[in-house]
Design a protein around this ligand. Sequence first.
Ligand code: UDP
Length: 239
Amino acid sequence: NSKPGAYKRVLLKLSGEALMGDDAFGINRATINRMVEEIVEVCAMGVELALVIGGGNIFRGVAPGAQGMDRATADYMGMMATIMNSLALQDALKRRGVDARVQSALNIEQVVEPYIRPKALRYLEEGKVVIFAAGTGNPFFTTDTAAALRGAEIGAEVVLKATKVDGIYSADPKKDPNATRYSRITFDEAITKRLEVMDATAFALCRDQKLPIKVFSINKPGALKRVLLGDDEGTLVHV
Ligand code: UDP
């Protein structure tokens, strides 16, 4: 526990694509290891870390065959993909000496322990990383919403949304050279300016619960640590 950080308990949302690297789908070994190094760094700071991971990377490989499928069925497949990612991440963390526990919103008792809030809270207090798998457990939702929900449930101080871009910009930085990054922005400003932060359900939940969202790039080395130290990294969405 070296430098005191800005946050003590956080929820980090990683998209499935964060594990994919430059591959077309699936889990890229080098990429997941890089992700783990970022996490190891912040665990060493004594931050209580919970994770929600998406499933887009696995679902992409399945998507062509899933075309025209019943939405709810496809969504359950998507949730199962997040369980695979969660187990892969837990394994990779374990190899680096980080004690991580997976809790799933869907019960697959032979494979993964179910979501039990008091138990999750205890793990966090014990310094274990908790990975919440299977999203919210309900179709028609996303892992962004799961991140907002679990973040609120565990009393996280902030939801950290890892994206490809290092924050929220006034315009698309790829198209507009004058685009500037917002350091901080309120929920209301984000709505007025029609800035896409998280999906609408997740965004509304965070806003109602006064749970700030930090958007940053996990691909920038050391960014997660800087965010937790309270550096001017990414964009903070606040009330
Ligand atoms: N999903 C769902 N309910 C949830 C969370 C996820 O039905 O609470 C399904 C949904 O089909 C989604 C997929 O799981 O497309 C993967 O999640 P998400 O798209 O959020 O993953 P990401 O794009 O972040 O990798």
